[in-house]
Design a protein around this ligand. Structure first.
Ligand code: AHR
Length: 503
């Protein structure tokens, strides 16, 4: 006990960061690989419902309590004609899908996806094509989805069997327009102009919508943060959010360095906030720009195997990362980072949701299962609703190849005033040792421990399969709370969720 590593925390209920917008637990379904076809939709499957959607997958998504799902891309949206995906299925064209070089059958489109989203109790975050198309296609799609009737596109929707509008509230103005890989890639000025004018037209069609302008597709882009600043300078009044995307890899197989990568996410968020606030000051604006971290995850396992996939096939197994335990730890730390920015990050999408760099996997016409990253994502989404409280933590630190002063303990806390519950999320990144936590929680008088959930595995490379959940949580964490002092053992390499409730 004498030499045991120790961390100290003070949790004070008035030390509020901000209300957690539940949409930070969003996710993403792109027409890519087997996300749609073979993932959420598989009409031949014994568990398919009357529309061909897999009920086992619906149940898994419901377990995650995903509040919003981005659709239909991603890179795919930048050459997508939304009109191909509506109307009688037999009339829908098959197209070359340019982003991922596959064949898109268009069996699923806007209306079916809106139906699916309802089934999983999620809202849709719809992206418009600002790559090959522009203002006209965007305003027509919005008229189709949100206008009540009596006009060409709203009546077209009715003729397709959808009497009521879908009322989609959140829209992305294109996708990763800073990326040279994007079909219709644009300079910051070109994109800023089209984003502003598209936003103007869309808000004339439906002033109740909210719009996300594209920022940088990662903090390592050479054009970051100038791209973001230019776009905001042009479209500050029309946009409601600026997007951030970030994926982390671990090719070097350096776990200590890999687990520190959420520090880069933290730095990215701080830099985008500063960029937004600079433009706010420059414009003498009263509006504070909010952030939409609408793609984030670990992504690297499938990079090599994807090179072998034959072009121009339907729904090939692209981006099928098999996540291991260390990926789940980093995903947990990334969720902690998002929570600690709850005042400015109002939406975030774990990219993606099914089969494609996803927490849920399926076999075509077969089983479905939970990947390792399913668990931290589910815990945060289910228990992380309320107000984010900033834990004051003193944790031992380490240096890794790319990062210095990395705290071994990452933490975030969410206080739900209504249910009188507090949940503390923690990761112990120490690869060899447990850490003893001493937390002052006197501010939560009368609270007791409900549960201490732990996700832990001795093998950082352990994965889950359809047959076996090697990486799964248990509720046997070691912790006690007495006289306002919470003491817990944070096991080496572990994700911890300590739930307190007023008894
Ligand atoms: O999520 C996979 C891809 O990553 C998306 O299509 C794109 O936006 C990003 O580069």
């Amino acid at each position: 006990m004498g030499n045991q590593l120790k961390a100290k925390m003070t949790l004070e209920k008035n030390n509020k960061i901000g209300k957690v917008d539940e949409r930070i637990y969003g996710s993403f379904i792109e027409h890519l690989g087997r996300a749609v076809y073979g993932g959420i939709y598989d009409p031949q499957h014994p568990l398919a419902d009357e529309q061909g959607f897999r009920e086992d997958v619906i149940d898994l998504v419901k377990e995650l309590q995903v509040p919003i799902v981005r659709y239909p891309g991603g890179n795919m949206v930048s050459a997508y004609n939304w009109e191909d995906g509506v109307g009688p299925k037999e009339d829908r064209p098959k197209r070359l899908e340019l982003a991922w070089r596959t064949i898109e059958t268009n069996e699923i489109g806007t209306n079916e996806f809106a139906d699916w989203a309802k089934k999983v109790n999620a809202d849709v975050m719809m992206a418009v094509n600002l790559g090959t198309r522009g203002i006209d296609a965007a305003r027509n799609l919005l008229e189709y989805t949100n206008h009540s009737g009596g006009t060409y596109y709203s009546d077209l929707r009715k003729s397709h069997g959808y009497e009521q509008p879908h009322n989609i509230k959140t829209w992305c103005l294109g996708n990763e327009m800073d990326g040279p890989w994007q079909v219709g890639h644009k300079t910051a000025y070109e994109y800023g102009r089209i984003a502003k004018e598209t936003a103007k037209a869309m808000k004339l069609v439906d002033p109740t919508i909210e719009l996300v302008a594209c920022g940088s597709s990662s903090s390592s882009m050479a054009t970051f943060p100038e791209y973001d600043a230019t776009v905001l300078d042009i479209a500050y009044d029309e946009a409601d959010y600026i997007s951030l995307h970030q994926y982390f890899g671990n090719k070097e197989d350096d776990p200590a360095n890999f687990l520190a990568k959420n520090m880069e996410m933290d730095h990215f968020i701080k830099s985008v906030k500063a960029t937004c606030d600079y433009i706010k000051a420059k414009h003498r604006s009263k509006k504070t720009m909010m952030l939409s971290f609408d793609e984030w995850n670990v992504w690297y396992h499938s990079h090599e195997s994807d090179k072998e996939i034959e072009a121009w096939t339907v729904a090939p197994p692209q981006l099928e990362d098999v996540y291991n335990f260390e990926d789940a730890l980093l995903v947990g730390s990334m969720l902690i980072t998002l929570l600690n920015h709850a005042d400015r990050v109002k939406m975030a999408c774990l990219a993606q949701l099914v089969n494609v760099i996803a927490p849920i996997m399926t076999e075509n016409n077969g089983r479905s299962w939970k990947q390792t990253i399913f668990y931290p994502y589910m815990h945060a989404s289910v228990f992380g609703r309320g107000v984010a409280i900033k834990p004051i933590v003193s944790s031992p630190k380490y240096d890794s190849r790319e990062y210095t002063d990395v705290p071994f303990v990452d933490s975030a806390a969410v206080y739900n005033e209504e249910t009188e519950e507090v949940t503390i999320f923690m990761v112990n990144k120490n690869l060899d040792e447990d850490i003893f936590l001493h937390a002052d929680v006197r501010s939560f008088e009368g609270y007791q421990i409900v549960e201490h959930i732990v996700l832990q595995n001795e093998d950082l490379k352990a994965t889950n399969t359809a047959k076996k959940q090697k990486v799964a949580p248990h509720s046997k964490g070691e912790s006690k709370l007495q006289d306002g002092v919470l003491e817990a053992t944070l096991k080496t390499k572990s994700w911890n969720v300590i739930r307190l409730k007023k008894i």
